[in-house]
Design a binder for this molecule. Structure first.
Ligand SMILES: [Zn+2]
Length: 64
């Protein structure tokens, strides 16, 4: 079995610099990058996927 670890990073800029939220396709004043990491039995973390957008939109992904 593998488990997932999420890292949420504030990009420090809004949609003017990075574009609209990937999830709702709307602009944001502050945007975040969510990195999903798969934790292997050995403890090694592998990048599984990432997403970009509103903190609120990204938080939905971590609740899957
Ligand atoms: Zn959004």
């Amino acid at each position: 079995m593998s488990s997932f670890v999420y890292r949420l990073k504030n990009t420090g800029a809004g949609s003017e610099k990075y574009g609209v939220c990937e999830l709702c396709k709307k602009g944001a004043d502050s945007t975040y990058l969510l990195v999903k990491l798969r934790k292997a039995r050995s403890g090694v973390l592998c990048n599984a996927s990432d997403a970009f957008g509103h903190k609120e939109c990204l938080s939905v992904l971590t609740e899957e």
